[in-house]
Design a protein. Structure first.
Length: 87
């Protein structure tokens, strides 16, 4: 049997850090500047990380992004209206 990834295992012994996940949405064809501040447990030290993230446009022949399938498509799902300005 395969073992689960380390981030899903229970923490054992002294813990120096607590795993945290940050999700920052970026629309198709857009970019975003993300600042992340990390502080020590006692609050005496900190570090700042800056990420410039971008997401390319979908190709011209598949201009619309399907968030459920996570792929670019030719048409939008039923009930949605495509916006050609976003890619």
């Amino acid at each position: 049997a395969a073992f689960p990834p380390a981030e899903y295992l229970p923490l054992v012994g002294e813990v120096q850090r607590t795993p945290t996940t940050v999700i920052v949405p970026v629309d198709v064809g857009n970019e975003r500047l993300v600042d992340l501040v990390v502080k020590s447990a006692n609050g005496k030290k900190s570090g700042k990380y800056r990420f410039f993230v971008s997401r390319p446009y979908c190709p011209e022949d598949t201009r619309f992004f399907d968030p459920k399938a996570k792929v670019c498509t030719e048409t939008c799902d039923e009930g949605y209206f495509g916006n050609t300005a976003t890619g």
